[in-house]
Design a protein around this ligand. Structure first.
Ligand SMILES: [Zn+2]
Ligand SMILES: [Zn+2]
Ligand SMILES: [Zn+2]
Length: 320
């Protein structure tokens, strides 16, 4: 979001693997990790929140049999359904009305009508029409059928039987810009507050926990003299799970945890329960850009009934 805001990134674009039809969002992938969940769901959630806007890129068809994405267009024989058809020319001898393919009129002696055996100077003396020829059932036909072919299981179906999926590109909205701006302002406020207390601060860094894993943190501050450490996180509306994650990391690296809510609310049932040894400080960023020890707790909205939850389900490939 920051890269979009700074315009070092112009948008998030889907990439379709030609071989497998798999869709990825490389720009988003590079900036998210496993903890963030599915890249597509993150993008959709941000779009639903009005922070990213979608722009149509292409439509994808998903195989109803094996769920492979990116079915391929093919024409097919109206008689037997085989995609093994070729565009060709059909010839007609006007004198005897015989119709046939080029090779039926051409033999070693030149151009001869196979029906009335009249010799002709060239194929130009015959009437010709565009036609299609099926190599499977030898049918010659004027209009081909439109079908989709699965590159994985070779299923050939009518387009309406395939599951459609629209691929979007994502761009930052004005609301998204405002949101990023607010989050960065809050982070800067945290940094300045800590600096005022003569702590050395690092932005968007990682701390190494006892398992050896590098965990990303918004701000890391330390006072080497007093051997005091603080890790800080900025959220618009932190959930209990965000707080307990921050606390777990803080406990592991023996740091103080500082959490800023830019909306002034925290989502959870019993936030006080989390903070047993005064390790956690939750602060609200006020409208005039100050940090204060005051916040409101709201209960968890049912995630399953949320609009975002419903909309992301729609985008899941369906079978049948
Ligand atoms: Zn056929
Ligand atoms: Zn003839
Ligand atoms: Zn398939």
């Amino acid at each position: 979001m920051t890269d979009l805001w700074e315009e070092s990134l112009d948008g998030i674009h889907p990439t379709v693997d030609i071989e497998t039809g798999k869709v990825t969002y490389p720009e988003a992938n590079a900036r998210l990790d496993d903890r963030d969940g599915s890249v597509f769901e993150v993008l959709e959630t941000l779009a639903e929140q009005g922070r990213l806007k979608r722009e149509f890129q292409e439509k994808q068809y998903i195989c109803p049999h094996c769920e492979t994405k990116g079915m391929q267009y093919t024409s097919a024989c109206p008689s037997c359904g085989s995609p093994e058809t070729i565009r060709t020319e059909q010839y007609r001898h006007t004198e005897c009305d015989h119709e046939g393919m080029q090779d039926q009129f051409v033999d070693d002696d030149g151009v001869v009508c196979p029906e009335c055996e009249m010799g002709l100077k060239s194929l130009e003396q015959l009437e010709s029409d565009a036609a299609n020829y099926c190599k499977d059932c030898d049918e010659i036909f004027e209009t081909e059928e439109h079908r989709l072919l699965c590159r994985n299981c070779y299923l050939v179906i009518q387009p309406k039987r395939a599951t459609e999926r629209i691929l979007y590109q994502y761009y930052l909205t004005d609301q998204g810009k405002k949101w990023v701006d607010e989050q960065l302002t809050a982070r800067q406020l945290v940094v300045e507050t800590l600096k005022d207390r003569t702590l050395r601060t690092e932005i968007d860094t990682t701390v190494t926990i006892s398992s050896g894993e590098e965990v990303p943190v918004h701000v890391y501050a330390r006072d080497n003299l007093l051997n005091d450490h603080i890790i800080a996180a900025v959220h618009e509306q932190p959930y209990e799970s965000d707080i307990s994650h921050l606390l777990t990391v803080a406990l592991d690296v023996d740091a103080h945890a500082m959490l800023v809510t830019t909306s002034g609310t925290v989502v959870g049932e019993d936030i006080d329960r989390l903070d047993t040894d005064d390790r956690l400080t939750i602060l609200e960023m006020t409208k005039d850009g100050a940090l204060q020890r005051e916040y409101e707790t709201v209960s968890d909205p049912d995630a399953h009934n949320s609009f975002v939850g419903r909309i992301t389900n729609i985008f899941k490939p369906q079978t049948g």
